[in-house]
Design a protein around this ligand. Structure first.
Ligand code: CA
Length: 226
């Protein structure tokens, strides 16, 4: 496990790195967005910790740039406690977020949760799930294909979509989906799930399926639809 820590405050980055090393992870620090992208493109990282308030290039932009080529787990770290800032970060493609100031132990728990999800895919689901004729979800390979073409979903996007597809008759509440995707009782903004759904829809939608195979059930949540 190799983690890229993007953080311009050296004292914070050093503490984060120390905890990661103690847990047996490798960790490298980038102090601005440009350096982060350069390092990311050159090294094989398994997870990215991304501060949003960076000098020069903003964290959101770094996130979008990484997402163009990779579905690596990205955990945003933000001093902004505003819900809108968190939502903007998730819209940019981050998997998870943590609000400063935080205890390093909480950060490590989030890292473990985001890694654990990779090792334990959608439990109890049959291997292949189809939605209509076009969408195929492979719970073994952790892939979603549309008309045979693979759609690049992030881990949490995959978890949420595959979970919903496992029971197409069920409407899932935001709470259910976020607790499931993040793998623990999640204390966060309920609206976060809307960002994940928005990103899944963006990737799956076409003129005939403008809702990206996900129906909004007003007042309740979401379910998949053909
Ligand atoms: Ca900062």
């Amino acid at each position: 496990m190799k983690i890229l820590v993007v953080e311009d405050e050296k004292s914070i980055a050093d503490v984060e790195k120390a905890y990661m090393l103690r847990e047996g992870f490798e960790a490298e620090i980038a102090t601005d967005g440009i350096e982060a992208l350069r390092m990311f493109n050159e090294g094989a990282y398994d997870l990215v910790i991304l501060d949003l308030m960076l000098p020069g290039m903003k964290g959101e932009s770094v996130c979008r740039e990484i997402r163009r080529s990779s579905s690596v787990p990205i955990i945003m770290v933000t001093a902004k406690s505003g819900e809108d800032d968190v939502i903007a970060g998730l819209d940019a493609g981050a998997d998870d977020y943590i609000i400063k100031p935080f205890s390093p132990r909480v950060l490590m728990a989030r890292i473990r949760a985001n890694i654990r999800n990779i090792d334990h895919p959608v439990n109890g689901n049959s291997e292949i799930i189809n939605i209509g004729h076009d969408i195929e979800i492979d719970n073994e390979k952790l892939t979603v294909t549309k008309k045979g073409e693979e759609i690049s979903l992030t881990k949490n996007e995959f978890m949420i979509f595959a979970k919903m597809a496992s029971r197409p008759e069920k409407t899932w509440t935001r709470d259910e989906l976020i607790n499931y995707a993040l793998g623990y009782e999640y204390e966060g903004f309920e609206r976060s799930i809307d960002s994940y759904i928005k990103n899944i829809r963006k990737k799956l939608a076409d003129p005939e399926h403008e809702n990206g195979y996900i129906k909004t059930v007003h007042g309740f949540g979401y379910r998949v639809t053909e």
